[in-house]
Design a protein around this ligand. Sequence first.
Ligand code: AQP
Length: 339
Amino acid sequence: MTQPSFTPRVFSGIKPSGGLTLGNYLGAMKRFVEMQESGEYETIYCMVDLHAITVWQDPEELRHNTREMAACFIAAGIDPAKSILFNQSQVAEHAQLGWIFNCVARMGWMGRMTQWKDKAGKNAENASLGLFGYPALMAADILVYHATHVPVGEDQKQHLELTRDIAAKFNNDFKTPFFPITEPVIEGAATRVMSLRDGSKKMSKSDASDMSRINMDDDADTIAKKIRKAKTDPEPLPDNLEGLDDRPEARNLINIYAALADTTPQTVIEEFAGKQFGTFKPALADLAVDRLSPISAEMNRMMLDIPEIDRMLAAGADRAREIATPILEKTYDIVGMVR
Ligand code: AQP
């Protein structure tokens, strides 16, 4: 089936299921800003609160986290005049298309998602139905805007493949190339930022240990302490990247440095070749504080004016609906709903 040409459009979202981590910032938000500034796409960014509630969220904390995340988006460089920024639950079309996709996606596809297996663990019987169906709603988030590109971290790659499968099955079932086959954009030195305590686990906002992550609202002393205590090994840094092959924690810190400095891991390893962590860690802490402090200061300033954040989110949702409503209506027509 030949695909028509779609407007180059970026969609991506972050769950307000806790405070933002350095992983979310480097793997997602920093990329969102770059794509906004490239001028190559329309950019749509979303706090996906409907996804957050697939696991228990305290209602007041969810509201707080959603607003704080909006403030972080703006503090990090998302400009509501250039990008559409809103929270998912204000645009009902996401859930409406999500239902259609629940009827397109197959149980077998969902059961193979590694994030489902990781998050439901051995207690799948007790997990919410929403957690199981999450990737179909994620496909709807993307496709309700006919988004052509989705910047994500490495951990979301499988969900993006599922989005492509859902679009292809819908197009095939209804014999119309209506939905684009979206491209994942997984680029940069920090597509997978790992836990500071365990180089085999990704840095995550819901990790039980606060020392495993840098939160975007950590102060300078806390950032420095977490980096100082980050797990490493006693060896000095090697002079090439292959020397990091069996050293996941060292590799993670080099990648973080490279992403924060907007350079490559190769350049960082050349700069610190032969140096001990006693030299590298303070340099990393200084860089992290230098890059993150202005964002957290602006975030805190914005959080003093909650009505302004809410007004901005409502305005973003209005603009999002202008794109989503006709796409949902056309989907209903294709499926055979009487309107
Ligand atoms: N450690 C990471 N490294 C690189 N990218 C990451 N992302 C998340 N963690 C890392 C990227 O951030 C975007 C938003 O992710 P999310 O918050 O919606 O969901 P998540 O991936 O499940 O993030 P967390 O922090 O692990 O949340 P919880 O603990 O609530 O499940 C995505 O693009 C993701 O790739």
